[in-house]
Structure formats: structure tokens, C-alpha cells
Design a protein around this ligand. Sequence first.
Ligand SMILES: Cc1cc2nc3c(=O)[nH]c(=O)nc-3n(C[C@H](O)[C@H](O)[C@H](O)COP(=O)(O)OP(=O)(O)OC[C@H]3O[C@@H](n4cnc5c(N)ncnc54)[C@H](O)[C@@H]3O)c2cc1C
Ligand code: SF4
Length: 323
Amino acid sequence: MKPFEYARAAGTAEAVRDFAPGTMYLGGGTNLVDLMRLGVAEPERLVDVSRLPLDAIEETGDRVRVGATVRNTDLAADPLIRARYPMLARAVLTGASGQVRNVATVAGNLLQRTRCAYFQDITRPCNKRRPGSGCPAIEGDHAGLAILGASDACVATHPSDMAVALAALDAQVHVTGPGGDRIIPMPGLHRLPGEEPERDTVLEPGDLITAVELPPPPPGASHYRKVRERASFAFALVSIAAVLDVGADGKVAGCRIALGGVAHVPWRAERAEQALIGGPATGEAFLQAAEAELEQAAPLPRNAFKAPLARNLIVATLEGLAP
Ligand SMILES: Cc1cc2nc3c(=O)[nH]c(=O)nc-3n(C[C@H](O)[C@H](O)[C@H](O)COP(=O)(O)OP(=O)(O)OC[C@H]3O[C@@H](n4cnc5c(N)ncnc54)[C@H](O)[C@@H]3O)c2cc1C
Ligand code: SF4
């Protein structure tokens, strides 16, 4: 590992003020330190933000504000989160392991990097790690990679489960940085790869996530489901965060669907949502909506299984939520 300087942030403003090229913020370190060991990340200076006083989960009116340094375990166990946003608690609990969740922070989870094998192997080209070097995944091992929104430059997926639930909940990410404070809606923090796959998010250098704000939970029943190769310690092949509100007339009054494991971003299935709202809450309608969403999928030979998997997961999850 390349030598680096370590400093503990004295405060939020100080962390941003002292940010310089070569600096990276350190949360729990469960992703960043791995990438440093692999030689994928080579910061000159780590500023540890994990002990900043951003570790509260508090109600602000009808909303809930979750501090950026709240540990994943504490988020999933929090009574307010479990009562009002059970889908979020469940999504977090499907990620990593108990030990990793004890250390990992909310901000770090959102900003963890793709698990594409070529990205993590510095002996191989990778446009995300070294822009312009190529994307061996397209001809090689892409079984776990994207079927929606990918580009010729990169077919990586975003690995966070939490981000998928936050995208379905219309969460807002609070950021402070050299350009001041701003609020970024979810989805919207992460970006599609396009010609710049090296940029995972819309954040600028020095931007520090301070909190995630949850609006009031949408009406209806909600659920998070994750399909993976083994029951624990595995990233999603496909996951779904879904909310379904069915009126007394049997029609869909509201619907939110976000998919994980299929794109460079937590993928909000807007076509499926639009197809469902105002229509019947039947298996046939769920299937048509899922197919409308997945019409835009462009799978590669070894991840083509993800399109029917995503379709079936959407249908099964909505059927489980329907009254
Ligand atoms: C074996 C294993 C399995 C896993 N399985 C899953 C899984 O199934 N699902 C899942 O969702 N996750 C999974 N994870 C990922 C794990 O949840 C992440 O490693 C973790 O959430 C990252 O959080 P962290 O606080 O340790 O981030 P760090 O590793 O400290 O940082 C990650 C990134 O965030 C940046 N950062 C940290 N805090 C801030 C901040 N406040 N503002 C701006 N930038 C910041 C860092 O600079 C870095 O770029 C797994 C991890 C491991 C090791
Ligand atoms: S899919 Fe993206 S991360 Fe993976 S090798 Fe290609 S460019 Fe790199």
C-alpha cells in the first residue's frame, strides 16, 4: 500500500476547508481501505470523518434526518426507521455482514465503488479506474453487471442495497463542499457511466455528505427483496425496493419501484410505475408494467438472465404487496 497521511477531521467545516487534491474522506474504511490495499485507490491523505458529530437519527417535523456517520447496524436497528421505513432497514440488513455493518457508515455505503472484478484488478485495463484504457468486462466476465443504462465505456453496477431503498423513498442527500451546501435528490446522486465512467456520482472534489433526509413514508405497503448467489455476504444480482398503494376500488393509487444490481445507479423503474398508476392491481398488470420497464434493457450474453429475473422479481414483489 502506498504511504499516506492520516488526519482526524476536527469538524465538518474544517474537513471541507482543508480538502486538497490527493485527499480522500474516510468513513468506516470497509471499502476504501480494501481498494487501497489493492492499489486501486492511492490517496496521499485520508481525512477520517467517521467521528464527526453526524451520527444522529432524528425526526424533523414529518421527516427523518439520518446523519452521514450513522453506522449501518444502527440505522437498521433504529426504532424510528424500523417503524416508519421498514424497507430501508431490511435493505441495509441484506448487505455485507454484521461485522461490516457495525463499521460501515451511511455516506460510505452510498459512495462504495463497483465490485466489477476488472476495476479491482490493477493489472487489467478499466475505463473507470484508468479512463481510456478499455472495458474488458464487455467481452469478458460481465455476468453480474448492468443491463440498463450502460454505455460502450462501462457496464458496471452500483453495489449498494441502501441506495436502492433510498431511491424508492425519494430521499435527499445533504452535501457540504467547497461550493457551499446543497441537497441532491435520490435517485440523482449516482450517474450513468456515459463517456465518463470514472465519475460514479454528481459529487465534486471535496464534497462531504452530511446527512440523508427521508420524506414521510409514501402510503401503501413496502418491501425490499434481493436475489443473490448465496444467502449472506453477497451483492445483489437483482434487487427491488417497492411501494404499492391500492385504493378501495382495487386501482393502483401509488407505486414506487427501484431496482438494484442492474445499472450504474439505483434504477428507478419509472416506466413500470407510470404503467401501473390508475390501473388494476393484478398479476397481468404487474407483468405488463415489468415488461414495459425491461424493454429498454440491453443485456450482454452472460447477463441476459437478469432481464427475466428482474421481470419476475417485480411481478412477485408487487403480487406480495397487493391486498
Ligand atoms: C465482503 C463485503 C460484502 C459487502 N456486501 C455488501 C452488500 O451486499 N450490499 C451493500 O450495500 N454493501 C455491501 N458491502 C459494502 C459495505 O456496506 C461498504 O463497504 C460500506 O458501506 C462502505 O462504508 P464505509 O463507511 O466503510 O465507507 P468507506 O470505505 O470509508 O468509504 C467509501 C467511500 O465513501 C467516501 N466517503 C465516506 N464518507 C464520506 C462522506 N461523509 N462524504 C463524502 N465521501 C465519503 C470515501 O472517500 C470512499 O470513497 C460489502 C462490503 C464487504 C467488505
Ligand atoms: S465495466 Fe466499468 S468498471 Fe468494469 S472493467 Fe468495464 S469500465 Fe471497468
